[in-house]
Design a protein around this ligand. Structure first.
Ligand code: ARG
Length: 263
């Protein structure tokens, strides 16, 4: 497991795709309201904070009308708004986020990122802001994978560098196919190239809804917590924790989550 993460980190590359500049709009806004690229009404005075993310992970971060929106984007805007920074969201591969933060290219990483002991060796994590589970997606009526044990001998699709990837990489007899995007793993499942996809529960629901013919196994699986990652030793961790606590206490975080997750 250690080795796998090291390889992932070593392979982490530079920011590849769209960059998005966004002002810190209203922190109590509903879905996507605070993510406008042309929002010029911010009162930020402390300069920019660059957030590294991978906008392939609905409902936490995804592209809509060329903007990055989602729970993480909205929470990040609310945090920046509180702290007086202008938020700039940099979109990149998921497995490039930690390297972007450790190298100082980004100030923090927020990407539905699970807190793990291995990652803690590279970055500091803020307090957590969401819980999740890893789930298994299969084709409706599939008899190949009926529970987590069946994964051990299956052909599995994952998003590269995610905890789903790390988890299934322990299975010696499984055939793992790693994709740049979760949606590509789901596409491979639809076309029969893999037997199952292991991914976080909320994106799983979104992908299944969008595709049809797929289902999420009800077996309880690995539980995880999301947090924001920051360069080791940075004062920003405490700053973000302060803002995050206020946003949790005054119901803003809940409100943002409810704007995206309706079931
Ligand atoms: N929670 C998982 C992890 O930390 C998956 C996160 C994927 N996030 C993304 N924006 N693609 O590894």
């Amino acid at each position: 497991m250690k080795k796998i993460l090291a390889v992932i980190l070593a392979a982490a590359v530079v920011c590849t795709s769209a960059m998005m500049l966004a002002g810190c709009g209203g922190s109590n806004a509903g879905k996507g309201d605070s993510g406008n690229a042309d929002n010029s009404g911010n009162s930020a005075s402390k300069g920019e904070l660059h957030m590294a993310t991978n906008a392939e992970f609905p409902p936490y971060e995804y592209m809509e009308n060329k903007k990055i929106i989602g729970i993480d984007a909205d929470i990040a805007h609310a945090i920046c708004d509180k702290l007086g920074y202008t938020l700039v969201i940099d979109n990149m591969k998921f497995d490039a986020i930690i390297a972007a933060v450790t190298s100082g290219k980004a100030d923090f990483g927020m990407a539905g990122m699970t807190v793990t002991e291995e990652r803690k060796k590279e970055v500091d994590f803020t307090d957590t802001y969401a819980k999740t589970t890893q789930v298994i997606i299969v084709k409706e009526g599939s008899d190949k994978v009926k529970n987590a044990d069946d994964l051990e001998k299956a052909s599995i699709g994952v998003q590269m560098g995610t905890t789903g990837d790390i988890f299934v990489s322990d299975f010696k007899d499984a055939k793992i196919q790693r994709f740049g995007k979760g949606a590509e793993a789901v596409e491979a499942l639809s076309t029969g190239k893999v037997d199952a996809v292991v991914i976080d529960s909320e994106p799983a629901k979104e992908f299944v809804k969008a595709k049809g013919g797929l289902t999420i196994l009800s077996d309880p699986f690995v539980e995880e917590q999301y947090a924001i990652c920051v360069k080791k030793g940075s004062k920003l961790t405490e700053e973000i924790n302060g803002a995050l606590k206020e946003l949790k206490d005054d119901g803003t975080v809940d409100k943002i989550v409810k704007a995206y997750i309706t079931d």
